[in-house]
Design a protein around this ligand. Sequence first.
Ligand SMILES: Nc1ncnc2c1ncn2[C@@H]1O[C@H](COP(=O)(O)OP(=O)(O)OP(=O)(O)O)[C@@H](O)[C@H]1O
Length: 583
Amino acid sequence: MQIFRKLGWFFKEERKSYIIGVTSLVIVSMLQIVSPRIIGIVIDEIADKTLTAKRLIMWVSIVVGVAILQYILRYVWRTNIWGSAAKLEKSLRKQLFHHFTVMDNVFFQKYRTGDLMAHATNDLSAIQNVAGAGILTFADSLVNGGVTIIAMILFVDWRLTLIALLPLPLLAFTSRKLGSELHGAFRKSQEAFSTINDKTQESITGIKVIKTFGQEREDMEDFQEKVNDAIVKVNRVNVLDALFDPIITLIIGLSYILTIIVGGTFIMKNVITIGQLITFIDYISMLIWPMFAIGRLFNVLERGSASYDRVQELLHEKSHIVEREGAIQEVAKGQLNFDMSSFRYHDDEVETLKNVQFKIEEGSTLGIVGKTGSGKTTIMKLLLREYDEYEGMITFGGHDIRDYSLDALLNSIGYVPQDHFLFSMTIRDNIRFANPEGSQGEVERAAELTAIHDDIVDMPKGYDTMVGERGVSLSGGQKQRLSIARALMINPELLILDDALSAVDAKTEERILSNLKTIRGDKTTIIAAHRISSVMHAQEIIVVEDGQIVERGNHDELIALNGWYAKMYDQQQLEAKIEGGSD
Ligand SMILES: Nc1ncnc2c1ncn2[C@@H]1O[C@H](COP(=O)(O)OP(=O)(O)OP(=O)(O)O)[C@@H](O)[C@H]1O
């Protein structure tokens, strides 16, 4: 029943619909006792030989009238209660999806995709069930049961009613006991379902890698193990579920036996008539549904409650990135000053960045190079405000980036990550993703600048070609160039390319870089790369090692320094020559 309290906010919001729905339900339940009562009266009138054709027509008319009224009221409660339940699902879906969109990286690292999917599907359905089937069963079983019992007392005999209901406490006791076990079991089964979801998602996304390494069988076995585990947990739920029904059948059976024994004695003693006993037995059969319903109700409520807790747990997770009050709304622009004394990821003991300082004048380009894992991407993540907690300050246009609203900051940045992502939509829509109003001309210009236009027009459907999930039908270099075109579409104040040209050949890279130089004019660019050729034209280049800047200067200065940069440059030049020679 706790779940009704937890969902109190929603029932308040939908008060009107629930009042109309539940009232209709109550009236329908009350009307249900009419027919058995009339049948009893008619039987007694037949026995007394007092039934006339006129009276029979009257009784039949009442039964038909009641049936029509029930039909109409059933429609009313169904539309109101089911309609509200659908609203709850919509509202929770919206809340959850909105939550996903505002959460920070820490959240997405903590929760696996499959888990989040399970919350958004299974758990929400279980909660919706409370607001629909739960309320229906609750009101229906309570009213139906209550009204039937009152009718038994009023129209038949209170002593017979008491005796027939003697086995009922058994039901209350069992429901309570099984209910709490069911809550725990259902939570576990939902967690197992999340794991399967996660495994499926990961295996499908990584199917190429799995096949390449011939790991299909192992992956299948791993999957099977997870499915087996889920089945064990779901079976536990089913076992608890199944325990309800036999108990209810037992209770009803006991009621029938007691009624026939005691009711028969009452007829012999003329306490009740045969018609009354028939009505009473009819009423007992009308108690079967409420009893089953109570069993089912516990089930629905416990499942809903477990799911509600799971969803709330997610919704209570707070993003670490919070906009300050009165945050700057103007798009960030101007000089960029990165002054990081120390940054570490969450609880990491080691510092990922130490004393990294650089300044980029508006309109210039900064190159960042360094070994893998040296901290290049971390610098970008900090610029994108993916993390807020560090010792230091990053200013953009003279303001701390944490003083801007997230929109103002991020709208000024065009970021091309290493692990680019293309949506399952046309190439055109992928390019104009951040600027959906962009014209075909603008889309083509962005594609030309990133040297992908010719590839696109060669495709059967040109710009209308659909890109599969993660762009499976495109080459790595094509995906990279599309991702850069997407960033260029918004002509950002700050363009960040994070190793975004690694899969592009040297000539195309040169073409793209030269285009960027021409169009970027007074806009700032940061290029992180492994290939020196990607950054050598930048006004300043920093070499990062173990989270620290170990060399800095322009290309000529760094060559003259004869350090890591110069060595890498020589090595890459040599490799290019060998590759060129072997062509
Ligand atoms: N989310 C994270 N949580 C904890 N540690 C992280 C996280 N992301 C990166 N790191 C660690 O921070 C260090 C720097 O990583 P970063 O991705 O910035 O390097 P990088 O220079 O961009 O490497 P690459 O050239 O391979 O992309 C690495 O040791 C990495 O393991």
